[in-house]
Design a protein around this ligand. Structure first.
Ligand SMILES: [Zn+2]
Length: 78
């Protein structure tokens, strides 16, 4: 699996912030079962990733594709 994703396929905020901008908050959403494993210290894969622009406070993108989610869990850990 490649670590590369074409960022241009994602939506960006009207102010120009993208999913990789510093002023964007990344929220991982888990299922209830996911939260259970997370609280037990086990790695659970999120079901959704949401991107909120901190300048506009607008949620401009939401992803549910597994491969895309994995990319952003890695990206955030850097
Ligand atoms: Zn914005």
């Amino acid at each position: 699996m490649s670590n590369y994703l074409d960022i241009s396929q994602f939506k960006s905020c009207t102010c120009g912030n993208t999913v990789e901008s510093e002023n964007v908050k990344i929220d991982f959403k888990y299922t209830l079962i996911g939260w259970f494993f997370w609280s037990m210290g086990t790695t659970a894969t999120p079901t959704h990733v949401k991107f909120t622009c901190e300048d506009c406070k607008i949620e401009f993108e939401s992803l549910s594709d597994k491969e895309q989610i994995q990319y952003f869990t890695k990206y955030r850990k850097k």
